[in-house]
Write a protein that binds this ligand. Structure first.
Ligand SMILES: Nc1nc2c(ncn2[C@@H]2O[C@H](COP(=O)(O)OP(=O)(O)OP(=O)(O)O)[C@@H](O)[C@H]2O)c(=O)[nH]1
Ligand SMILES: [Mg+2]
Length: 347
């Protein structure tokens, strides 16, 4: 799963990613899209690691693209920005990073400008698509019904964009989604807005005037998170306690992205490895088995399962079993977030 971090120049994208991935902050003015693998913080994995003391602990990860800052101030900047925007059409979601750490920043305007540019980029795509479909429909002979259907749909999307509505809001059913999904519309993708606030402004509220659902926004303090990431675990806890913060804002941001992507984690445990496996919400035990190994899917017998919360409450696996909380699930069982699974298989 890939996320692109998009924002205006110097909004803090690279600092956020450096804090999350442990990579160094790239040089200011980089024009290349950089990739960073980010671990998804998970208290459950931390807890399980203490219990099982495994040789290896593996967190779920997401792939983040650090896109150079977009600059719409002049023609040269706009052309470069359009090229960058076109390069992220294949990602699974967008995280907009809005700089709000300087007094002169205008986060409301910046978000409005960015949103407008994304809409314009999608409008260009819709328009080209409509032109092509018109050509198909005007050819002699009877046009394929799918062209007609898509033409109607694209017209509807065009109308939505012209009213400054994201394509996401205009899609009414799965059939429509099937048609538009491969086209790479930006405003169709799930989106989270990270507002990069100053160290002393973590509780600041913004009024985005209906441009964005407040549930899609997360306040992050990039600089502070970066500094925290440079400390060892003990100093970090101490520093956070001194500041009176209980939860890392970057962790909150990553988790918001994870759930916007429709991902949940099932867990595997043992003395060799404790691991979180990212899966799409709603997949079966059989498909989850395939994530671990194709052999496990092929030879699937059953999934021995218990919930993380039961383990945490009862203390260890034996107690979970004694309390009758272990379940035997078959191929079609829909895996739940926090399921601890031991797949039985035979190949
Ligand atoms: N005070 C403060 N400074 C920050 C914060 N986040 C970023 N900065 C500073 O702002 C500048 C830009 O940060 P970057 O992370 O490089 O921003 P960017 O969005 O990646 O920049 P471009 O890729 O050039 O668009 C750096 O000098 C950072 O130290 C913050 O939360 N607080
Ligand atoms: Mg950068």
């Amino acid at each position: 799963m890939k996320i692109a971090l998009l924002g205006l120049l110097q909004s803090g994208k690279s600092t956020i990613l450096a804090g999350l991935s442990g990579k160094a902050v790239p040089q200011v003015g980089s024009t290349r899209i950089e990739e960073a693998i980010v671990s998804v913080p998970d208290d459950r994995i931390d807890w399980l690691t203490k219990l099982y003391k495994p040789e290896k602990t593996v967190y779920a990860t997401i792939d983040c693209l650090d896109v150079p800052g977009l600059n719409f101030a002049d023609e040269h900047g706009r052309a470069a920005a359009r090229r960058l925007i076109d390069q992220v059409r294949t990602v699974d979601m967008l995280a907009l990073v809005i700089g709000a750490f300087e007094d002169s920043a205008d986060p409301v305007k910046d978000l409005a400008d960015l949103s407008t540019e994304l809409l314009l980029a999608d409008l260009a795509l819709v328009t080209t698509r409509i032109e092509n479909l018109e050509k198909q429909l005007n050819k002699p002979g009877k046009p394929l019904p799918i062209y007609k259907a898509e033409f109607e749909l694209q017209k509807k999307l065009q109308a939505a964009i012209e009213q400054e509505k994201p394509i996401r809001s205009a899609i009414e059913n799965d059939a429509e989604l099937e048609i538009v999904k491969p086209l790479g519309f930006l405003t169709l993708k799930p989106m989270v807005v990270a507002i990069n606030v100053g160290e002393d402004q973590q509780d600041r509220k913004f009024d985005f005037a209906g441009r964005i659902d407040p549930s899609m926004t997360v306040s992050v303090c990039a600089k502070l998170e970066y500094e925290l990431s440079q400390l060892d675990a003990d100093s970090r806890r101490q520093f956070m306690a001194d500041l009176g913060i209980t939860e890392s804002s970057a962790a909150k941001f990553v988790r918001a992205c994870y759930s916007s992507l429709g991902l949940i984690s099932f867990l595997t445990v043992g003395t060799d490895e404790v691991r979180a496996w990212p899966i799409k919400q709603g997949i079966s035990a059989l498909d989850a088995a395939g994530k671990v190994h194709s052999d496990i899917k092929r030879g699937f017998i059953r999934a021995e399962t218990f919930g993380f919360e039961d383990l945490k409450t009862l203390g260890d696996e034996k107690a979970v079993k004694a309390a009758g909380k272990t379940r035997i699930e078959g191929k079609t069982y829909i895996v739940q977030d926090g399921d601890i699974i031991n797949f039985r298989f035979n190949v």
